[in-house]
Write a protein that binds this ligand. Sequence first.
Ligand code: ASP
Length: 401
Amino acid sequence: MKLKLHWQILIALILSIPMGMFLPKLSIQTAGIGDVFLSALKMLIIPLVLTSIISGISNINSKELGRVGLKTILYYVSTTTFAILVGLILVNIFKPGVGVKLANAGDTSKLAEAAGSFGDTLKNIVPPNIFEAFVNADMLSIIFFAILFGVFLSQIEEKHKTAVLKVNNGIFEVMIKMVNFVLKFSPIGILSLVATEIAEQKDITSLAAGLGTYFLVVLGGLLIHSFVIIPLILKLVGKSNFQKHFQAMVTPLLTAFSTSSSGATLPLTMEAVEHKAGVSNRITSFTLPLGATVNMDGTALYECVAAMFIAQVYGIELSVIQQVVVVITALLASIGAAAIPMAGLVMITVVLSAIGLPLEAVGLIIAVDRPLDMVRTAVNVWSDSTGAIVIAKSEGEELNY
Ligand code: ASP
């Protein structure tokens, strides 16, 4: 009997802990396996997103597109705001930063440059050169181009439209097959990725140095958001079954956790939401690539808690207005964060500068960033997938649960 893939992944994940701890050399020597797995996933993203959006959008008329687009944005902004509020409440109750010493801050010299401004993010949506956007994997630009292409494809002469769609949909189907093929290697890829990560962790003592409570507050917030808020939305708005949806999403969630990249996980998220949940390509093609890029509930919650934590460490009491600024900038930072590992850590500089805190303070939280990144990435993917369900249901689609 063959073990189901998500069990294989779970076993790999469990094995990766002793492997990373007791065989650190071997783990680091075999890190290439994880890298190849990650590259294989990334290799699929652009052609998958492009063909999927074009096929989905060309099936939708412009009125419907406006409606679905509006619902999608509403879902993204409201769930992300809920997540931030959960973080804000917890950080105000537990005050993890009070009494923490300002020692051992890590190096943060490159973070501020990498963050860029929110205005730049918006401006860059329209790429001056689409090939450059492909090369740099600028997802927002690629999504923008694909949506426009799909919209105008449906307006050209029938014979040309059919010809382009035939090729496009053919490539899309090949991409899905390739995703399924790469998926087969996920247990070994994940084993390697996580074992290497554990083998390279030097600084476990940092948890004792006052970061423990901060770590638990972020983690607790992420869990509350995932297992209370999102299920409520799924039930009340999506009229859907939480348990079944969770089961359907196990593979992408474990992959998100292991890779810390919602972008790299996107092919698997699309596969699961379309084939396990039964959401149409018309909805997934639009909501999921966009969601992976801009909808980051986990990241937003983390931005808020981290900024508040830093303020507490510096002994600064933030006024209500300043806390509102934290909420707004955490939302913007999560939208601007790329769907790659550590993007959230880079974007925290946006929140800190908005409330006038020193950027070097990010050094305080670097030590525990990676494990939090793993969890917040899974939460990001979890919210994206729920969004697709909620929107599909609101459009009257019959799903598998
Ligand atoms: N790694 C996260 C993601 O890909 C972003 C972050 O660093 O918060 O969703």
